[in-house]
Design a protein around this ligand. Sequence first.
Ligand SMILES: [Zn+2]
Length: 132
Amino acid sequence: MVDIQCPNCLRLIPVDRSLLGTQVRCGICQFVFLAGVPAMVHPASTPGFYDPHSGKAVASLVLGCVGMIAWCVPLLGFPVTITGLVLGIKGLSSRHSGMAVAGTTLSAIGLALSVLSALIGFMAALEASRPM
Ligand SMILES: [Zn+2]
Protein backbone atom coordinates (compact mmCIF):
# COMPACT_ATOMS: atom_id res chain seq x y z
CA MET A 1 0.00 0.00 0.00
CA VAL A 2 1.14 3.55 -0.71
CA ASP A 3 -0.32 6.84 0.45
CA ILE A 4 -1.45 9.13 -2.32
CA GLN A 5 -2.90 12.57 -1.96
CA CYS A 6 -6.46 13.21 -3.04
CA PRO A 7 -6.34 16.27 -5.34
CA ASN A 8 -9.77 17.33 -4.13
CA CYS A 9 -9.59 17.21 -0.32
CA LEU A 10 -5.77 16.94 -0.15
CA ARG A 11 -6.11 14.10 2.38
CA LEU A 12 -3.69 11.17 2.16
CA ILE A 13 -5.44 7.96 1.24
CA PRO A 14 -3.91 4.48 1.18
CA VAL A 15 -4.02 2.86 -2.25
CA ASP A 16 -2.77 -0.53 -3.32
CA ARG A 17 0.37 -0.19 -5.40
CA SER A 18 -1.25 -2.18 -8.22
CA LEU A 19 -3.93 0.51 -8.54
CA LEU A 20 -1.46 3.26 -9.37
CA GLY A 21 -2.17 4.70 -12.79
CA THR A 22 -5.85 3.77 -12.60
CA GLN A 23 -8.95 5.69 -11.54
CA VAL A 24 -9.51 5.49 -7.80
CA ARG A 25 -12.15 6.98 -5.54
CA CYS A 26 -11.23 9.00 -2.47
CA GLY A 27 -12.84 7.37 0.58
CA ILE A 28 -13.25 10.71 2.30
CA CYS A 29 -14.77 13.00 -0.32
CA GLN A 30 -15.72 10.39 -2.96
CA PHE A 31 -13.70 12.30 -5.55
CA VAL A 32 -12.59 10.07 -8.45
CA PHE A 33 -9.12 10.76 -9.75
CA LEU A 34 -6.13 9.15 -11.43
CA ALA A 35 -3.90 7.54 -8.84
CA GLY A 36 -0.49 8.71 -9.75
CA VAL A 37 2.62 9.40 -7.76
CA PRO A 38 2.70 8.37 -4.09
CA ALA A 39 2.50 11.35 -1.73
CA MET A 40 5.98 10.73 -0.41
CA VAL A 41 7.39 11.70 -3.80
CA HIS A 42 4.45 13.82 -4.89
CA PRO A 43 5.61 16.41 -7.45
CA ALA A 44 3.82 19.20 -5.60
CA SER A 45 5.89 18.57 -2.47
CA THR A 46 9.18 17.99 -4.26
CA PRO A 47 11.32 21.12 -4.11
CA GLY A 48 12.57 22.22 -7.49
CA PHE A 49 10.09 20.09 -9.37
CA TYR A 50 9.48 21.70 -12.73
CA ASP A 51 5.81 22.05 -13.55
CA PRO A 52 5.73 23.33 -17.15
CA HIS A 53 2.30 24.88 -16.65
CA SER A 54 2.58 26.51 -13.24
CA GLY A 55 4.74 29.29 -14.66
CA LYS A 56 1.99 29.98 -17.18
CA ALA A 57 -0.62 30.14 -14.42
CA VAL A 58 1.47 32.61 -12.42
CA ALA A 59 2.29 34.67 -15.53
CA SER A 60 -1.38 34.71 -16.46
CA LEU A 61 -2.35 36.06 -13.04
CA VAL A 62 0.35 38.74 -13.25
CA LEU A 63 -0.70 39.70 -16.79
CA GLY A 64 -4.33 39.72 -15.68
CA CYS A 65 -3.48 42.21 -12.95
CA VAL A 66 -1.38 44.30 -15.34
CA GLY A 67 -4.24 44.11 -17.85
CA MET A 68 -6.54 45.71 -15.28
CA ILE A 69 -4.46 48.86 -15.72
CA ALA A 70 -3.12 48.35 -19.24
CA TRP A 71 -6.59 48.26 -20.86
CA CYS A 72 -6.71 52.08 -20.61
CA VAL A 73 -4.16 52.02 -23.44
CA PRO A 74 -5.55 49.64 -26.10
CA LEU A 75 -2.14 49.30 -27.72
CA LEU A 76 -0.85 47.91 -24.42
CA GLY A 77 -4.05 46.23 -23.24
CA PHE A 78 -4.47 43.88 -26.20
CA PRO A 79 -1.08 42.10 -26.12
CA VAL A 80 -1.10 41.93 -22.30
CA THR A 81 -4.62 40.57 -21.88
CA ILE A 82 -4.53 38.21 -24.89
CA THR A 83 -1.24 36.74 -23.67
CA GLY A 84 -2.69 36.46 -20.17
CA LEU A 85 -5.75 34.69 -21.52
CA VAL A 86 -3.73 32.18 -23.57
CA LEU A 87 -1.32 31.47 -20.71
CA GLY A 88 -4.21 31.18 -18.27
CA ILE A 89 -5.96 28.56 -20.39
CA LYS A 90 -2.70 26.60 -20.75
CA GLY A 91 -2.08 26.95 -17.02
CA LEU A 92 -5.46 25.44 -16.15
CA SER A 93 -3.89 21.97 -16.19
CA SER A 94 -1.22 22.95 -13.68
CA ARG A 95 -1.35 22.58 -9.92
CA HIS A 96 -1.83 26.34 -9.76
CA SER A 97 -5.16 26.06 -11.57
CA GLY A 98 -6.72 28.52 -9.10
CA MET A 99 -4.23 31.15 -10.21
CA ALA A 100 -4.85 30.22 -13.84
CA VAL A 101 -8.61 30.64 -13.40
CA ALA A 102 -8.09 34.03 -11.76
CA GLY A 103 -5.61 35.02 -14.47
CA THR A 104 -7.94 33.91 -17.26
CA THR A 105 -10.86 35.78 -15.69
CA LEU A 106 -8.89 38.98 -15.14
CA SER A 107 -7.41 38.78 -18.65
CA ALA A 108 -10.86 38.22 -20.18
CA ILE A 109 -12.21 41.27 -18.32
CA GLY A 110 -9.13 43.26 -19.31
CA LEU A 111 -9.55 42.21 -22.94
CA ALA A 112 -13.22 43.23 -22.92
CA LEU A 113 -12.25 46.59 -21.42
CA SER A 114 -9.47 46.97 -24.02
CA VAL A 115 -12.00 46.42 -26.81
CA LEU A 116 -14.30 48.95 -25.19
CA SER A 117 -11.45 51.40 -24.71
CA ALA A 118 -10.37 50.95 -28.35
CA LEU A 119 -13.95 51.51 -29.54
CA ILE A 120 -14.31 54.66 -27.46
CA GLY A 121 -10.95 55.90 -28.74
CA PHE A 122 -12.01 55.14 -32.32
CA MET A 123 -15.33 56.95 -31.86
CA ALA A 124 -13.57 59.94 -30.29
CA ALA A 125 -11.11 60.03 -33.19
CA LEU A 126 -14.03 59.93 -35.66
CA GLU A 127 -15.78 62.67 -33.77
CA ALA A 128 -12.63 64.82 -33.71
CA SER A 129 -11.95 64.37 -37.43
CA ARG A 130 -15.50 65.31 -38.37
CA PRO A 131 -15.62 68.75 -40.02
CA MET A 132 -17.48 71.35 -37.97
ZN1 LIG B 1 -10.73 13.39 -1.23
